[in-house]
Design a protein around this ligand. Structure first.
Ligand code: SUG
Length: 467
């Protein structure tokens, strides 16, 4: 018998450069809010408030640090020369999109960080981690190397965890991580069913594909991850996302579908093949988990896809609480959207295990198309595996206090794209990240913390104390 397990949410922290650059074609919110003024401090505090809510509800929580931005290393690799400020100035003049891509705080959407298979599902009984290559968008593709490094520091490879490198970074193998992946199970520690959702089959030129917006995840990437994670093919499904939904702004499956344990909540237009796809999922779940899957399928009369995209209803988190009940963590705007609110009221009153909705204000993240579910990477762990996780990233009341103070100390409450060129700003951001690596006990993580680069007073003082 497998040991019991639980889900731990690793939430991404918005970084000091959180801004609205309009980098994600096909992501309606990102396109609509392009070049407006952001509030990085509010973004970080909103994300922290959500983590605290889940922690207070009894869900295990942890954090992932922001990435170093602006990413001068990438610009230097692409031929820009001079000191950091000169490189940023040149890049902003010669290739504005690239410059903005190197300033994005997009690593905060941790659902895209990786796909993780629990040990119960992998043939070798280990937790498998594959960081996403995020190949379809340049500002996201540059996340992969540091994400891989961070995940290796947090899930140390001694016995329990196995890390695969991100898939080769080409759109044929476009991989967006767990945003296109749902694990269903009876209890977390038992073998489950893994549903991978792709936007297109890259080996086919014919067939149904979106025509307006790009499909980011390919079937080829999903099948590669399933192979690497040693999943049982009889309990692994590959389903195509509906191309019309992608064309309406559903750039990831988690904008139209969410699942937890034996419950799947989605829209009738989530998958190509509609009812047929749902029947397949139900059948495989029944065979593997020996019980019926509870499906809550909302149709366009209940909520049109456009309203699902506007409200981000399906990007709610569906979580199991300690007493085994389930609840939804929904974006505040679902309370204001009449379609979404009616659906949520109906779900809570309906014959299913979901008995509460908690609304969270994530306005800053949502203006870039990232809701509650986008901000977290779900990792199912047994007690033993959990004890091997790098403990300083695990949420506690004291970590909460330190992070709130850290945000207030370092984050601006107003940032326009022009501010990204302010020479003071890169110094400020590095100072914040440098201090964060101390709070999270991560050691030297960022390129600027290399031996010849910038060092904060705190780190220098600590180093001197050891010398
Ligand atoms: O990849 N937005 C992200 C949002 C990711 C949401 N994640 C999930 N659905 N799991 C993206 O499109 C916008 C950045 C900008 O425009 O400045 C952005 O990258």
């Amino acid at each position: 018998m497998n040991p019991p397990a639980y889900e731990v949410n690793f939430d991404g922290l918005p970084g000091p450069t959180h801004n609205f650059a309009g980098l994600s074609f096909g992501n309606v919110a990102s396109m609509e809010n392009r070049r407006t003024v952001s509030n990085p401090r509010a973004a970080a505090l909103q994300a922290i408030r959500k983590i605290k809510l889940l922690h207070d509800l009894g869900v295990k929580q942890a954090v992932l640090p922001p990435h170093e931005r602006p990413n001068v290393t990438v610009l230097r690799r692409l031929g820009f020369t001079g000191d950091d400020h000169e490189i940023l100035r040149q890049a902003s003049r010669r290739d504005t999109h690239l410059f903005l891509a190197c300033c994005s705080s997009s690593a905060m959407w941790a659902a895209n960080a990786a796909t993780v298979a629990p040990s119960a599902d992998a043939e070798d009984g280990r937790v498998h981690v594959t960081p996403a290559n995020l190949a379809s968008r340049i500002h996201r593709a540059i996340e992969a190397p540091l994400t891989a490094r961070i995940l290796k520091k947090i899930f140390r490879e001694e016995g329990s965890f196995i890390h695969h490198p991100p898939l080769p970074g080409n759109v044929y193998l476009g991989d967006e991580g767990s945003a296109n992946h749902v694990r269903l199970c009876s209890t977390y520690g038992e073998k489950g069913v893994q549903v991978f959702v792709h936007g297109r089959d890259a080996s086919r030129t014919s067939g149904r594909h979106p025509t307006r917006f790009p499909a980011r995840q390919t079937r080829q990437a999903s099948t590669a991850v399933a192979r690497l994670h040693q999943l049982d093919p009889d309990a692994t499904l590959h389903v195509q996302q509906h191309p019309d939904a992608i064309d309406e702004g559903v750039f990831h499956n988690d904008v139209i579908c969410v699942g937890d344990r034996n419950v799947l909540l989605c829209h009738t237009d989530a998958f190509l093949g509609g009812r047929g796809a749902m029947d397949r999922i139900r059948k495989v779940f029944l065979e593997r988990c020996e019980r019926e899957l509870v499906t809550i399928v909302l149709d366009s009369d209940q909520i049109p896809v456009s309203q699902a995209v506007e409200s981000y209803l399906f990007n709610s988190q569906l979580v199991t609480l300690p007493k085994d009940s389930q609840c939804l963590i929904a974006p505040l705007q679902c309370r204001e959207n009449r379609w979404a609110k009616a659906c949520l009221d109906q779900i809570v009153d309906g014959a299913n295990p979901i008995d509460a909705v908690h609304y969270v204000d994530l306005a800053q993240s949502l203006r870039n198309g990232g809701g509650p579910a986008c901000l977290r990477l779900r990792v199912v762990l047994t007690d033993e595996e959990f004890s091997r996780v790098h403990q300083p990233v695990i949420w506690t009341a004291s970590l909460h206090e330190r992070l709130v103070a850290w945000v207030h100390r370092h984050y601006r409450d107003r940032l326009s794209p022009d501010d990204l060129l302010d020479p003071e700003f890169i110094v400020e951001s590095r100072k914040a990240l440098d201090e964060l690596t101390v709070i999270l006990g991560l050691g030297a993580l960022y390129d600027f913390q290399g031996p010849h680069e910038y060092r904060s007073k705190a780190r220098r003082a600590r180093r001197l104390a050891y010398e």
